[in-house]
Design a protein around this ligand. Sequence first.
Ligand SMILES: NC(=O)C1=CN([C@@H]2O[C@H](COP(=O)(O)OP(=O)(O)OC[C@H]3O[C@@H](n4cnc5c(N)ncnc54)[C@H](OP(=O)(O)O)[C@@H]3O)[C@@H](O)[C@H]2O)C=CC1
Ligand SMILES: CC(=O)[C@@H](O)[C@H](O)COP(=O)(O)O
Ligand SMILES: [Mn+2]
Length: 380
Amino acid sequence: MKKIAVLGSTGSIGTQTLDVVSRRPDDYEIVGLAAGANVDLLLEQARRFKPQWVSVGSEDAAARVRSELPADVRVVHGERGLRQIAGESGANYVVCALVGSLGLTSTLAAIEAGADIGLANKETLVTAGHLVMSRAKEKGVSILPVDSEHSAIFQCLNGEPAKAVKRLMLTASGGSFRDLGREQLKNVTVEDALKHPNWSMGAKVTIDSATMANKGLEVIEAHWLFDLPYDRIDVVLHPESIVHSMVEFVDTSVMAQLGNPDMRVPIQYALTYPERVDSPASPLDLLKQGTLHFKQMSFERYPCLRLAYEAGRAGGTATTVFNAANEVAVARFLKGEISFLAIEDTIERALARHAPVPAPSLEAILEADAWARREAEAAR
Ligand SMILES: NC(=O)C1=CN([C@@H]2O[C@H](COP(=O)(O)OP(=O)(O)OC[C@H]3O[C@@H](n4cnc5c(N)ncnc54)[C@H](OP(=O)(O)O)[C@@H]3O)[C@@H](O)[C@H]2O)C=CC1
Ligand SMILES: CC(=O)[C@@H](O)[C@H](O)COP(=O)(O)O
Ligand SMILES: [Mn+2]
């Protein structure tokens, strides 16, 4: 029986995780749920799944939750609450579905507690991949990828060693503005940026897809998960999002994982691995699909991807800064404070002003993250 805690249970990945879990009640018990501001949905989830531990964003929200749930439910809050759910709730499997580097300390807490991790929260690996991966190895904890591309690569690799791999090929849909040229991006709206062509996801990752920062984060995520250098991680445009990613092996064989875009498939695989079980996703009908397209990626069209490779190659806290500057810039774009194109400018400026700290401690990472946030808040 897996005792599961879901961090970010009210979000897109969190709700789909609970959907997957609810279909196999004999295999899973929910012991902890953590959310931010959506108290109504969290209460609904808590009444349904009856976890012993619940966390919310603020003290006020915790008081409300406490007044509405049975007295024996531990209600905690804030970042400390996330760490408690991850490390003290008795979970032996933690799904990290938080958005942003906020997920770092609770992911580390889960690792310290010896829980395996289903990781959707790519920003955690981009912020501190070396710490997360090295500590997971020391503790014998498995990090199972939930991100669709990384789940695909994990399935294609199927235990093959890094020396058998020529390169990874991550697929990218191109995002909501894929049919627009650079000139046309100047005046795009938040509303249009939130219309992803293939996936229904949270706001932050949807904007990241449009800027291609998402693929940049995923290249860095792949570097840490699969222990490969950046010159063996490529990105190819694939507008249909049917091929979720590919691996080219040294003997020229290419393995790909395909399926209709439905995150319940990688979420479920991260939970049931190494087994496969029935899924509610609609089966892929390639005859109906007919054609799949692949196109060359362009760093000129998508500078955020170039910046991610540069940060990855610079190493140390450069990727921490890439991520934190992007998080703030996306939040500011969503609030209408800056334009779409100012997102890439904000990241570029923060990286240009940062001298990366090599092999940083957690303290150095948190410092770089906070510094980049201040820089990005001040950017015009
Ligand atoms: N959505 C998708 O299909 C995919 C997402 N991912 C990755 O998964 C992660 C989650 O994405 P997604 O589910 O789309 O994001 P959402 O925005 O939909 O959900 C984010 C979750 O984090 C919670 N949260 C936000 N801030 C806080 C806080 N301060 N304290 C506690 N909880 C907080 C939210 O709670 P609340 O709403 O209650 O405030 C919510 O439960 C991201 O890293 C994303 O890149 C990867 C692949 C696909
Ligand atoms: C579903 C998923 O994994 C997202 O991260 C997805 O990758 C977004 O699509 P694109 O980044 O390809 O637009
Ligand atoms: Mn992805």
